[in-house]
Design a protein around this ligand. Structure first.
Ligand code: ADP
Ligand code: MG
Length: 476
């Protein structure tokens, strides 16, 4: 008696189950049903195009073998892909469809896998009414272009972002990759693009998601067997903004999924915006094929803003928060916090908090005192100048005497300790140290260090002095 399609498929499943991890089986094979068997052609129904691609990519060899085992050498497999009517525009799915697996499998193309798409079957997995339901884009409305200060540091990224916002999917900046160090405004700019798109065309489906959250959602969807909903959701978007893609490092499965989502969106002219802490070429732990996609569009970097831009950012922020600070305070903050916009803002917030709590206006002296910890925390390197100042204060000798030619005992002592501390606390060379302390040569510095070391060993009082100064140095 002829076997039914379900019987054949169940026998296939038995073999497949023994050959792949249980989780993968549940995710990728349980949702499949057998549709029909005509001669040697078994048709199975998969819940989405993505499913089909995934099976082709990861399981085509296994499928081929098992089908042949059941149906003989002529055995063939056809897919029937469920397509949601509401989200299919014409028939984009038949284009660019790979007809076979890739990589190692490409050599043995004895079993073509044609695809037929059945548009009449309602996809049971799609989130009902997604297109009509407005998806919450997860954007922070405070991140706009309006309050994103332009400077040399961000001009390219900002204007590319603006172009993308005006014509999502319609520029060659797809994907747009914004990269740069911590606190330089990547998230702000990426979200500003999203907000601008929503402002221009409110029904565009925009989603902002951090890479980390995406990875977590993927893991959850595997656990709950909702991978299809997960993929369908992202593939239904018009614009996806993924923040901090460097966090994909080492997460191969999630990268795989994103690769498929990316391809789907890109092929259908949807916009992808990415941020990262490094340029695509420097991203480690990402699959080459994903990286190569990231390089397709435009990568624009954010640099550290210059002083002028930092001042402008602070002024804008003050204005937004309704605070007023004296110009010299702004200058002071902008001058001293120079590598991170987030810290710049943090300093302002703490100034504001202090002034409200103490009910005192902020002048430069107060700002200096209040920001001491803040600024020191940004781990400024200890300078020779600072060492000299500290040592001279400690021994109560005039600063300029140390650099002079005088051989007075207490001056010589301050000079030698300064050189010794410069040697141990800065990266300066002996030559530089000698030059700094009154144009002396490197052998003078060696001699000074030797003398101080000897005295530390033999003279308790001297040792206490040096320890004291060192403590002050570390506190600063
Ligand atoms: P990143 O994502 O690169 O770590 P964020 O986008 O979170 O940095 O920026 C840190 C903070 O600095 C945010 O509050 C942001 O609004 C602000 N910021 C960064 N760049 C600018 C800019 N050019 N103009 C105004 N604010 C900025
Ligand atoms: Mg960020």
């Amino acid at each position: 008696m002829e076997k039914t399609c379900t019987e054949v498929w169940n026998s296939c499943l038995q073999i497949i189950k023994d050959n792949i991890p249980n989780q993968s089986f549940k995710t990728w094979f349980e949702p499949i049903s057998a549709l029909k068997l005509e001669g040697k052609v078994l048709t199975i129904q998969v819940p989405s195009l993505f499913f089909y691609e995934w099976l082709e990519e990861h399981y085509v060899g296994l499928l081929r073998k098992t089908v042949k085992k059941q149906l003989g050498d002529e055995g063939r497999l056809e897919y029937n892909i469920v397509v949601d009517k509401s989200s299919s525009t014409g028939s984009p799915y038949t284009t660019n469809m790979p007809s076979n697996g890739n990589g190692a499998e490409a050599k043995t193309q004895s079993m073509p896998i044609p695809v037929s798409i059945n548009k009449d079957i309602k996809n049971p997995f799609i989130i009902p009414g997604l297109k009509k339901l407005n998806v919450d884009p997860q954007l922070n409305p405070n991140y706009t272009f309006d309050n994103y200060i332009e400077g040399d540091c961000n001009r390219l990224a900002r204007s590319a972002g603006y172009a993308v916002a005006a014509k999502p999917g319609g520029t060659s900046f797809n994907p747009l990759m914004i990269y740069g160090g911590v606190g330089l405004g990547k998230t702000h700019l990426a979200q500003a693009i999203g907000n601008e798109i929503k402002r221009n065309v409110p029904d565009k489906l925009v989603i902002y998601v951090s890479c980390e959250k995406f990875c977590q959602q993927f893991v959850d969807s595997l656990k709950n067997n909702t991978i299809n909903d997960f993929v369908n959701f992202y593939q239904a978007m018009d614009v996806i903004i993924m923040d901090d893609v460097h966090n994909f490092a080492g997460k191969e499965k999630t990268q795989d999924i994103f690769f498929h989502i990316f391809n789907h969106l890109h092929q259908s002219g949807k916009q992808v915006i990415l941020t990262s802490d490094k340029a695509p070429k420097d991203l480690a732990g990402l699959e080459e094929r994903l990286l190569s996609r990231f390089k397709w569009g435009l990568s624009a970097d954010l640099q550290v803003p210059d002083l002028e831009t930092r001042v402008a950012i602070l002024k804008k922020k003050m204005y937004a928060d309704g605070i007023e600070l004296p110009g010299e305070v702004i200058e002071y903050v902008a001058h001293n916090i120079d590598n991170n916009v987030r810290e710049l803002e943090g300093a302002m917030v703490s100034l504001l908090a202090q002034s409200t709590l103490n009910k005192k206006d902020i002048d430069l002296a107060l700002a200096k005192q209040m920001l001491k910890n803040f600024i020191k925390n940004t781990s400024k390197e200890i300078s020779m100048e600072y060492i000299q100042k500290l040592v001279c204060e400690y021994f109560e000798v005039p600063v300029d005497m140390v650099k002079s030619q005088t051989r007075k005992r207490e001056i010589v002592q301050a000079r030698q300790i300064s050189m010794y501390l410069s040697k141990s606390h800065t990266k300066s060379s002996l030559k530089t140290i000698g030059a700094f302390f009154g144009g002396r040569d490197h052998s003078t510095v060696i001699y000074a260090c030797q003398t101080v070391e000897d005295l530390i060993e033999t003279d308790k009082k001297f040792k206490a002095y040096v320890n004291d100064i060192q403590k002050k140095l570390k506190m600063s």
